[in-house]
Ligand binder design. Structure first.
Ligand code: FE2
Ligand code: FE2
Length: 235
């Protein structure tokens, strides 16, 4: 994996290295499961999902929600409150960054609702103004469940994703588990993009080995639940 590829920020107004939280931004708890590399991958997935499903105006708000969502965890175990803690304890620390990314105040309540909702069973109706943003965050978070030696169940997700989305998520996790810098995750994602351009068949041409990162007896968070409000197709 190359980590020195040049790339422009997908969010105008924000430098590439500002897209990802650093270890010190996780204010209560340093984690190998919900830390820098996990949040960086969820950011990458969020960007990809907005590009896949649109509309483009969701790009910066979806990034902001992903950036924030796990910063205030106090444990790696089951917890349905760390979204609220992130809003309460971390919003003010990063809102200026969000503004520079073009996230206007009209998005604030939707971002907060998505972050609060991400660790609880779906409680937003599809008619809720925050539903789409919450759905992007829930699906992006779920796509990183490969780090728990689990495959995300498409029936549990809120958007209908192409097979390549799952394969790319698995491969990105395999390449970047344990990275201490989000930029390394971004670089790996760029490599996947390049590989895809070189070989359109890559998504079905390689079988990844199992990644024995996690003690399966460890009780892990179950942030995703059955989708509320129905599934949305991109077709
Ligand atoms: Fe979470
Ligand atoms: Fe997460």
């Amino acid at each position: 994996m190359s980590n020195n590829r040049q790339s422009s920020s997908p969010i105008p107004g924000l430098a590439l290295d500002e897209l990802f939280p650093q270890e010190e931004h996780f204010i209560h708890h340093q984690s190998n499961i919900h830390g820098v590399d996990h949040v960086a991958r969820v950011i990458c997935h969020s960007i990809d999902l907005v590009k896949e499903h649109g509309p483009a105006e969701y790009l910066a708000p979806a990034w902001a929600a992903a950036f924030l969502h796990d910063l205030a965890r106090r444990t790696d175990g089951v917890c349905n409150r760390h979204g609220q803690w992130a809003v309460d304890d971390c919003w003010d620390l990063h809102v200026e960054r969000f503004r520079r990314a073009g996230v206007g105040p009209e998005w604030d309540e939707r971002i907060k609702a998505a972050v609060i909702n991400h660790c609880d069973r779906d409680n937003l109706e599809k008619s809720d103004p925050a539903w789409r943003l919450a759905a992007f965050l829930k699906d992006a978070d779920a796509l990183d469940r490969y780090r728990l030696n689990e495959s995300p169940d498409p029936r549990m997700l809120r958007f209908e994703h192409a097979d390549e989305v799952y394969f790319r998520a698995e491969k990105l996790e395999y390449e970047t588990y344990g990275c201490a810098d989000g930029m390394e995750v971004w670089a790996a994602r760029q490599v996947l993009d390049t590989d895809a351009e070189v070989s359109p068949e890559f998504a079905h041409g390689e079988e990844l080995p199992a990644v024995p990162h996690i003690d399966p007896s460890h009780q892990l968070d179950l942030d995703i639940g059955p989708p509320g409000g129905g599934k949305e197709s991109h077709r």
